[in-house]
Design a protein around this ligand. Structure first.
Ligand code: UDP
Length: 235
């Protein structure tokens, strides 16, 4: 196994699957099965999930809602996704804990670093919901921060493209994929991998990132086993 403890970042939008909004139960189940394959290898799994399929803070400003209020709405959206994912994981026989960046006592535990690490050591999948708990951040930043806090070996950013390209592969047919990149190269080439806060946190803490296609069955497992999948970003 290449990694012992990972932080998997999933976007909220990915959960929509074939739908235009909300959560596609088939997609959820597919992700749960992919995660199960790596749990069976013995890897410790922490997950951060976005909320873009339900609400994003920046959207709020267009509708007259205050930005900060909107960001809290976005954080609650991530909790809804996290609960749905938790349920799918449990239905597939895995043990989980949901920890929230804002207190929602009746629903889940608050984020407590030492407790999160203990859950991971015991083999439970820990889902970090509600982002960092502060407005003006993203779930990518949450992924970087929580990964550092729980001492994960890597952030695996599951997307619908199979890595980082020289240009947008959906628009430019000549675009080619990078297998490896340094943080510095990514800055210089202006490659949009994560927001700056998230990206800088990883760089400053020597935390590698892998961008890979989460929708391709078997990819996550191959990655854990050390195959070259997606794009690896390191210092
Ligand atoms: N958010 C926030 N603080 C955080 C994490 C998230 O305010 O620490 C809000 C923010 O408004 C964001 C929304 O939650 O737009 C949903 O998260 P994100 O856009 O990162 O989800 P994704 O794009 O991954 O689906």
């Amino acid at each position: 196994m290449k990694y012992k403890r990972i932080l998997l970042k999933l976007s909220g939008e990915a959960l929509m699957g074939e739908k235009n909004y909300g959560i596609d139960p088939n997609r959820l189940d597919q992700y749960a099965q992919e995660i199960k394959k790596i749990k069976e290898l013995g890897v410790e799994v922490a997950i951060v999930i976005g909320g873009g399929n339900i609400f994003r803070g920046v959207q709020a400003e267009n509708t007259g809602i205050d930005r900060v209020q909107g960001d809290y709405m976005g954080m609650l959206a991530t909790l809804i996704n996290a609960m749905a994912l938790q349920s799918a994981l449990e239905q597939n026989g895995m043990f989980t804990r949901l920890m929230s960046g804002i207190k929602v006592e009746s629903v889940c535990e608050p984020f407590i670093r030492r407790r999160a690490i203990r859950h991971l050591e015991k083999g439970r999948i820990v889902i970090f919901g509600a982002g960092i708990g502060n407005p003006y951040f993203t779930t990518d930043s949450t992924a970087s921060l929580r990964a550092i806090e729980v001492e994960a070996d890597v952030v695996l950013k599951g997307t619908r493209v199979d890595g980082v390209y020289t240009a947008d592969p959906e628009k430019d047919k000549t675009a080619t994929k990078y297998d490896n990149l340094s943080f510095q190269e990514a800055y210089e080439k202006n490659l949009n991998i994560m927001d700056m806060t998230a990206f800088t946190l990883c760089q400053e803490n020597n935390l590698p990132i892998v961008v890979f296609d989460m929708n391709k069955p078997g990819n996550l497992k191959k990655l854990i086993e050390g195959e070259i999948i997606g794009t690896l970003i390191t210092t």
